[in-house]
Design a protein around this ligand. Sequence first.
Ligand code: CUA
Length: 189
Amino acid sequence: MNVASNANDNPHAVAEAAERRWAIVVGVIIALLIAMMVFTGVQWSAMPPSRVETIDPRTLHISGEFVEGNLGTSVGEGGRVIARLIAQQYSFEPQCIVVPEKTPVTFRATSTDVVHGFIVGTTNANVMLVPGFVATFTTTFQKTGEHLMPCHEYCGTGHEAMWARVQVIPAGEFMSRTGRGERVSCVRR
Ligand code: CUA
């Protein structure tokens, strides 16, 4: 009997060994996933969340970062583009937001009343706005154009009419419009 036929002598044993190997691989993956879940669960419950910014929704119209004159898009320290907005039943302020193309834009937003949210067109800009907290994220719009920005958290009877628009314009045009530290928006006057 030669070696080649030896391996085929007991196909059941061969299959069993292969299946056992795969069972071990799958078992290790499942154990790793469970360990990760347990670790992150314990870690998050034991640590205070970092970078949580709170704000008093009762006074944000009156003073601070979210007063009306400070809403819209501006170029901040170090050339960072920041778009500030608030959400309220049933509108966003400003109603139209101008952002530059191919430039990181940091959104800073909050709600004055109930939970709202927004998504910008088909981009990955998508956030929940919870009263009492400042939501921030940074994203880059790759193409010029106009996006619709609907509220995507049910916030009351006017929810489906709560929309804003986002205009993505060439970076050079944006920089010339914000050159003097001004805030821009595209709200029709
Ligand atoms: Cu605001 Cu739905």
